[in-house]
Design a protein around this ligand. Structure first.
Ligand code: HEC
Ligand code: HEC
Length: 368
């Protein structure tokens, strides 16, 4: 006999969640796609809030009260996995634990992600936390990554469960049920009331709308709170003397110690003589050391400081810079449009205004 167990909203939720998590995960390594990653993250957040509400007001088998969350039963189920004693119209005990785990961990992944986005990138709804918590940016990023690994493990368990079920109990039609809604089981079919339909429509559309909204220019969900800094008018001497031969390197990209070393040895500056008179030198040194990596809440400043500790004097020699650029073809740096690794502005269009935004990184086309 066929029983209708998964309503349309439950199935749509399932596939949207799977798709959103997939997209968010595969682009997570791409710096310039961070805003899209965050936008889908917000979408996942709405989906999870919906699923939690659905667990209380939804149809029978989707309700948390219908989940056989009993450890003893789960152990018994596990021991008899190939020949279960009892049939479950909704989730079996093992699946129930995995589902609850997925819901909780996904929610935590979203929360930690939005926090990391605010604290590290000064973006989104928690951007205001950047100024006070920037020293903890690594911690929040790591928490987000650890939770993601845990989520992948739970998703893996879920898929393994489906596979086992498919091999040994194909007749129940569990896999088909997430497409069509029916299981080959003798139980009571569900039916949605108008209130449930309205709540589901509202949340499922909201999860898509929030992504569209987040991707709109200037949306508060992805807005960067770091401002452009006009070195030309605010530090004219530095601008004049230090941006004539190469990109203007914003002072927050090196620690104090590195700037002092550079300024003490301008006669022999990377093979050039860039020496200045004493007065100019001390004024620029003063500006650089007062605005060095130590005093910046920016992501690049924090990680450069963390990785170099003032040992290197070239930004391009810091372990952080090397790590961030290791996937770029060496020939690109030697190409006509880029010329040198030190020519940051070829790829970071606003670096001379103090911004190294993830979404503004662009390797020039046809470079080789
Ligand atoms: C006469 C030209 C000249 C002037 C003026 C000059 N530089 Fe340089 N600078 C160079 C050259 C050449 C390099 C090496 C660039 C390369 O590796 O392609 C360099 C490299 C650097 C680097 C390392 C870039 C990297 O690879 O990460 C820093 C930092 C730097 N300069 C700071 C300054 C500062 C601060 C001033 C102003 C006081 C300044 N420069 C003025 C010629 C100059
Ligand atoms: C040939 C192009 C190119 C040049 C030249 C270049 N970069 Fe980059 N940079 C990139 C790309 C691409 C990424 C993103 C890498 C990734 O996705 O992990 C990046 C990433 C970064 C990041 C990390 C951004 C973040 O938010 O995680 C920093 C900081 C950075 N670059 C600084 C510099 C500085 C400073 C210079 C010059 C000394 C420079 N880059 C030169 C292409 C370039």
């Amino acid at each position: 006999m066929k029983t209708y167990v998964w309503s349309l909203p439950t199935r749509v939720f399932h596939w949207m969640l799977a798709l959103f998590i997939f997209i968010t995960y595969i682009i997570s390594e791409e710096e310039n796609l961070l805003d899209i990653h965050a936008a889908f993250g917000y979408g996942i957040g709405i989906l999870i809030v919906f699923r939690i509400i659905w667990g209380f007001i939804g149809p029978r088998y989707s309700k948390f009260s219908d989940f056989p969350l009993n450890l003893k039963e789960a152990v018994e189920f596990g021991l008899n996995i190939f020949n279960p004693k009892k049939e479950y119209a909704g989730h079996n005990p093992a699946a129930s634990f995995v589902m609850i785990g997925i819901i909780i961990v996904t929610l935590l992944v979203v929360i930690s992600g939005v926090l990391a986005y605010g604290i590290q990138d000064a973006k989104g709804v928690f951007a205001f936390l950047n100024s006070s918590l920037f020293r903890e940016m690594k911690l929040f990023k790591e928490i987000h990554e650890i939770l993601t690994t845990l989520l992948l493990f739970l998703i893996g368990s879920h898929i393994a469960g489906v596979v086992i079920d498919r091999i040994f109990h194909k007749e129940n039609g569990v896999l088909e049920s997430i497409f069509k809604g029916y299981k080959n089981i003798d139980a009571t079919s569900i039916k949605l009331n108008i209130f449930q339909k309205m709540v589901a429509t509202l949340f499922l559309s909201a999860s898509i709308l929030i992504i569209v909204w987040a991707l709109k220019n200037g949306s508060p969900l992805t807005k960067q709170s770091n401002q452009e800094y006009d070195y030309e008018s605010r530090a004219p001497l530095f601008y004049e003397e230090c941006a004539s031969c190469h990109t203007l390197y914003p002072p927050f990209l090196l620690p104090k110690k590195s700037w002092v070393k550079i300024m003490n040895n301008l006669e022999n500056h990377f093979g050039d003589d860039a020496s200045l008179n004493k007065d100019t030198n001390s004024k620029i040194t003063d500006f650089l050391t007062k605005n060095s990596a130590e005093y910046s809440t920016k992501e690049a400043a924090f990680y450069i400081l963390d990785s170099t500790k003032g040992r290197q004097i070239a930004i391009t020699k810091t372990p952080y810079w090397i790590k961030k650029h290791k996937n770029i073809d060496k020939n690109i740096f030697k190409s006509k449009k880029v010329i040198s690794k030190a020519n940051c502005k070829a790829c970071h269009s606003k670096i001379e205004k103090g911004l190294i935004e993830d979404n503004q990184i662009k390797i020039p086309e046809d470079v080789i």
